[in-house]
Design a protein around this ligand. Structure first.
Ligand SMILES: [Zn+2]
Length: 89
């Protein structure tokens, strides 16, 4: 399981293993504490994390937004839950 998080320093989306407590930002080198940053979404694997991060960046860019609202985060989680539920495993 991975958590999609965002660097507080440079706003880059990245992901962290659920059992890791911190991660260095791949862009600016900031130390991100798992408990200190906003969690956007819980995903099953890093392929999903990469795909969702790309989608998030595209969405924010297209809508000229800097961050998701709580409502948008909720929608994202619901959409991901549907996606996982509908895939054949
Ligand atoms: Zn950063």
């Amino acid at each position: 399981m991975y958590l999609i998080i965002r660097c507080q320093n440079c706003a880059t989306f990245t992901y962290i293993d659920r059992f890791q407590n911190w991660k260095l930002c791949p862009v600016c080198g900031e130390t991100m504490q798992r408990n200190g940053v906003q969690e956007y979404l819980d995903v099953e694997n890093h392929h999903d994390a990469d795909a969702i991060i790309a989608e998030l960046e595209r969405y924010l860019h297209q809508n000229k937004k800097v961050d998701l609202t709580a409502e948008e985060t909720g929608k994202l989680r619901a959409a991901y839950a549907r996606l996982v539920g509908s895939s054949i495993r």
